[in-house]
Write a protein of this length. Sequence first.
Length: 398
Amino acid sequence: MEIEDDPSHFSGIGGRPVGRRQVVIKLMWTSIWFAYLAAPAEDVLGDHHTTVADILGGAGLTAFVTSYLVLVFRHTSRSLERDRVLAWLGVLMALAVVLSLTLGAAWLVLFVFVSIASGAVLPTKLARIVIPLVTGVLVAIGANLRGSAAEFLAALIIPALLGGFAMMGVRQMALTTRALREARATVAHLAANEERLRLARDLHDLLGHSLSLITLKSELAGRMLPDKPEDAARQVADIEQVSRQALVDVREAVSGFRRPTLEAELAGARTALDAAGIALDLSGATTGSHADLPPDEEGALAWALREAVTNVVRHSGARRCEVTLAESGHEMCLTVTDTGSGPGGSPGNGLTGLAERLALADGRLETGAGPRGGFRLRAYVPLSRPVAAPVTVVQRQT
């Protein structure tokens, strides 16, 4: 059994604390370094200065700690607010200088916290300058203090430099982590949008074809009903079958497993065009010899055939439709041509979705007027490797 961290116990690098618990935990991690303030605290609490000096020193230390927490706790993982950050750093630096000069060497440790705060909140280019400057001020003030200043100075120079530059790395890691979180959220959003588009395309293609066929057969059954009840009953049975198949197709589309085949769509095209009274010429269409057509590419062509036939039935007013399937270089080309009214205005949702679907299979869509009028649709998908010329199987329905 794997042991995983509980996200409620920490806010994460670069993340903002959520809830009181994470705020307290982050505050504790930030405050743990205040153990280094033992020297100035002992200086205030011990019998080293006058009462007034101790009171002012305690107030100064409280103000320094408060300013440090406000600066580091609030701004480490947020976008830089330059004026406010520089103002808080100025307050920290001023308190460190005044307290060190007035109360002695024990207060030089405040410069280490100023250096750490600079690395935590300043941009890298500016922090590289400020951290050595703060350390330089530490050395300059320590060199002019009496007593044990030399001991404090030797122990504080390296922590001031290392602490500041280490916090620069922590800040960069926090900003990078935050950027990764935002990128992950963006990727998730794009994936959800892509899935919605896929589902919309599938439902449009499935229901558009099925509902058109149901409408045609319903009208045909209505015309047959008075004089040819047996023929009308067969049409109603076909309607039931189409409805059931449409329900299965919708379920498969929602589940993401719907991948039509050219053979099935050619059979569906015969049924739909025959119900609409449109002659179908399949003399140039055969799928059995194209074994090198990958499944995804075949599925894209099958969707193209379904959309093209649906448009012929619903919009063209054609009397004849021709379907061809042939190689064009290293591509397979499906062509659907009708003798109807020809291209209309801008492409509808069906053709737009079909172009997107073909693009996902590295294919392309071409539409326009046919050579003898009407409308022609061409869908291209790549072949996995060159294949021999197919043996043409002629199937003609009038």
